[in-house]
Design a protein. Structure first.
Length: 466
């Protein structure tokens, strides 16, 4: 007889392991099926290794200007092998920690490929070649995503790379074209440029970092250009022609671009095909995303889907949030659905970008009459102390009937450690707080977060410093 569980989860990335941990914490018996390593893309090929490399670039930049602080050093050089070893140590330590927590919560983790077979049945092709069937009262699908490519750019690990290959580089190219200026593309362009690679960033849309407020994206654009990144927007790439040691990227209306390496960073596609869903009744859209309602229920009762497998923002913390929604729904706790228009975004290029809620453009498009306030980090004491005053905070508020600033609709930030400062802005947006309510609260001095307080306070009509 098949082993029985309250919940069977297929896929051990952030969506799947969060469902396992949260469900186990609530007393459910859980079976988690993963054919590779628990932690998924985020821990092994995404958030953690990418941010680790960006941190090395941060250290490199800091050491390069240590003389400004009166700290004499020789000019830094990048030892990529050591950087990669450190990255792997961080990943492995977190991976072991995660395995330990899963074990501690008594989650049954099975190494194999899970295929959903209808009802509560999941067949597993075990990594050792044998097979096993498990039964769940509920099933959660969390098989995640893989990098997307574009026609004419087959990934060969030499001329054409995706994020998977960049994170395993054993030597830096001299020149690189990064295709796609979304979050991941901008992070890789920033890292590569900081460690001495000559980077061209190619984007089909008119602006980099779609989703971020235009004022914020412009600060990143200026910084990239100042650091020698050739940013080209509105380009249409048609293919590439490999030569002996370089390849020529072809674009409509301009000369081919000769580079050592192309990094294709055009998003990710859901990995629904690994789940064997044909004929099970679980509906999948034409792009491969599993269709769900607002509590992550699929078209089959008793089956939920979370994370990159569904058409919601492809972020690890969204996977966590959806896993919690699914488990609460399984427990009959009527969960509050994720409000996808107000989730936190954090992008770790230099300068960093973080935002929640409407940009000025999207608020106007949504029909709001808005009042905005912008303050620059160059007026902030802590930013001057750390020597990183590039950037701004922008708060977008709804205009009240009497023309004042009312509810905080969005906060968009760019500058030093903004990914760590977004928390209170995120709360303000999601709590639907007004600028008067937020301005009441004290910011410690001297901190980078004072700039958020100043920006909000200015909207009350009485700024302190700015
Ligand atoms: P995944 O993490 O893809 O995990 C799915 C797991 O399921 C995998 O381990 C896979 O092996 C397993 N699997 C698939 N099919 C089966 C099957 N049939 N049986 C068993 N196992 C199966 N997000 C952020 O929030 N912040 C960031 O800074 C960030 N940076 C990123 C940087 C890069 C370079 C990349 C590529 C992504 C980044 N992301 C970031 C996105 C984040 O990694 C994903 O949103 C997140 O990993 C999605 O989680 P998931 O559980 O849905 O899927």
């Amino acid at each position: 007889m098949a082993d029985q569980f309250d919940v069977v989860v297929i896929g051990g990335g952030p969506g799947g392991y969060a469902a396992a941990l949260y469900g186990a914490a609530a007393g459910l018996s859980i079976c988690l099926i993963e054919y590779d390593k628990v932690g998924g893309t985020c821990l092994h090929r995404g958030c953690i290794p990418a941010k680790e490399l960006l941190e090395s670039a941060h250290v490199f930049r800091t050491v390069a200007r240590a003389g400004d602080f009166g700290v004499e050093t020789t000019s830094p050089t990048m030892q990529l092998a050591t950087t990669m070893e450190r990255k792997q140590r961080v990943v492995d330590a977190l991976w072991k920690g995660l395995e330990g927590v899963l074990k501690g919560r008594k989650v049954t983790t099975i190494a194999g490929t899970g295929r959903y077979r209808g009802g509560g049945t999941v067949e597993i092709e075990l990594n050792d070649g044998s097979s096993q069937t498990v039964e769940g009262r509920s099933v959660i699908l969390a098989s995640g995503s893989v990098p997307r490519t574009i026609p004419g750019f087959d990934v060969d690990g030499r001329f054409v790379l995706t994020s998977d290959e960049v994170l395993e580089l054993d030597a830096l190219p001299r020149t690189a074209a990064v295709i796609g200026a979304g979050a991941i593309g901008c992070e890789f362009a920033s890292f590569l440029a900081d460690v001495g690679v000559q980077v061209t960033l190619l984007e089909g849309l008119p602006k980099i970092l779609p989703g971020a407020d235009a004022d914020v994206a412009n600060v990143v654009l200026r910084s990239f250009k100042k650091r020698g990144i050739d940013v080209r927007t509105g380009v249409r790439i048609t293919g590439h022609e490999p030569g002996e040691s370089t390849t020529r990227v072809q674009m409509e209306g301009s000369e081919p671009l000769e580079v050592d390496t192309v990094v294709v960073s055009v998003g990710r596609r859901p990995l629904s095909e690994s789940l064997g869903l044909d004929g099970t009744g679980v509906e999948v859209d034409e792009r491969g995303f599993v269709k769900v309602d607002q509590t992550c229920r699929t078209s089959v009762p008793g089956v939920w889907a979370v994370g990159d497998l569904i058409a919601t923002p492809a972020l690890a913390h969204i996977g966590f949030a959806e896993a919690i929604v699914a488990i609460k729904d399984i427990l009959g706790e009527s969960p509050v659905p994720v409000d996808y228009g107000r989730v936190p975004w954090a992008i770790y290029c230099h300068p960093e970008v973080a935002f929640a809620g409407h940009s000025e453009e999207s608020a106007r498009e949504a029909g709001y009459d808005v009042v905005v306030s912008k303050h620059q980090y160059r007026g902030n004491g802590r930013a001057m102390i750390v020597g990183d005053p590039e950037g701004l905070v922008k708060v977008i508020a709804a205009k009240t009937d009497d023309g004042r600033a009312g509810q905080v609709l969005g906060v968009h930030m760019v500058g030093p450690w903004v990914t760590e400062q977004l928390g209170q802005a995120y709360l303000a947006v999601n709590w639907e707080a007004t600028v008067d309510e937020v301005a009441h609260y004290i910011q410690p001095h001297p901190t980078l977060s004072e700039l958020f307080g100043e920006t909000v306070m200015a909207l009350t009509g009485r700024a302190l410093h700015g």
